[in-house]
Design a protein around this ligand. Structure first.
Ligand SMILES: [Zn+2]
Length: 258
């Protein structure tokens, strides 16, 4: 007998139609294919985004779409296995993804983003969806959101302590901790500008479009991955999932007819 599911890809078109008559929310996860240090798989961001979206959908009673596994990432291009779309193409794809659902009843979309390079582009696609179809869009990132209400978890790494812990929580079979390496030191770009986990001026992060600036040979940077553990990853992701389930419940209260 067919099990009840909130995964859109596992519904028939009739089940999808029926669900959307009673709810107008879709959760869309977006990932990336790129290095995450020698201990993590290339699809780390995709795995985390897909997992979180499914859990958020389950908890909020909303459908979650299949994870889009590609993103934009200029900084890891020297590493084998990376696939990066151009910012323009990614914006168009995410917009098309949203439009497809909007045509069949979605009025509210939550993008669950697993990769930093996607963040600005996702917000542009969200603005496009609002402008053309009146879709209320939100986009969140676990590593930016969680430290806002859990300062004890700064989530300040790429393939380091926090991201590796998340992978140990959801796909321990894909993590080889024996390959975990120390992060490379920050690159000094000027007297006061350093590039590491982020680019900073006088210690404060700012956006800079730079290629291959700090990844070094191992590919992880920020908090060292050696202390990664599944408990930490599960706690971090739970905080993120819980916030987003609440966000969806609140988004449903917004009157979009006005
Ligand atoms: Zn990542």
């Amino acid at each position: 007998m067919k099990q009840k599911t909130m995964l859109a890809a596992e519904l028939s078109w009739t089940e999808f139609e029926e669900h959307m008559k009673g709810d107008d929310v879709i959760v869309i996860p977006v990932g990336m294919l790129e290095e995450h240090g020698p201990q993590n798989p290339l699809g780390t961001d995709t795995a985390i985004a897909g997992y979180c979206a499914a859990m958020i959908g389950e908890r909020a009673g909303a459908l979650s779409a299949p994870v889009f596994p590609y993103g934009y990432g200029p900084e890891g291009k020297k590493f084998p296995g990376q696939v990066s779309l151009s910012p323009q193409l990614l914006r168009k794809i995410l917009y098309a993804y949203g439009v497809s659902y909007a045509k069949h009843g979605a009025r509210r979309i939550l993008f669950v983003n697993g990769h930093g390079g996607n963040a600005g582009i996702l917000r542009m696609a969200a603005a496009d969806l609002w402008a053309s179809h009146g879709v209320l869009c939100a986009a969140t990132e676990w590593w930016l959101l969680v430290p806002q209400f859990k300062p004890e978890w700064p989530c300040n790494d790429h393939g380091g302590l926090y991201e590796t812990s998340c992978m140990l929580a959801i796909r321990p079979d894909l993590v080889d901790m024996e390959n975990a390496r120390d992060p490379v030191p920050d690159t000094i770009l000027s007297e006061n500008i350093r590039a590491g986990y982020t680019v900073t001026y006088r210690g404060e992060p700012f956006f800079a479009a730079l290629d291959d600036f700090a990844l070094g040979r191992a590919g992880n940077f920020g908090a060292p991955p050696q202390g990664a553990n599944a408990k930490l990853g599960a706690d971090v992701l739970e905080a993120y999932i819980d916030y987003n389930a609440g966000l969806i419940r609140e988004m449903r209260k917004v009157d979009l007819k006005k």
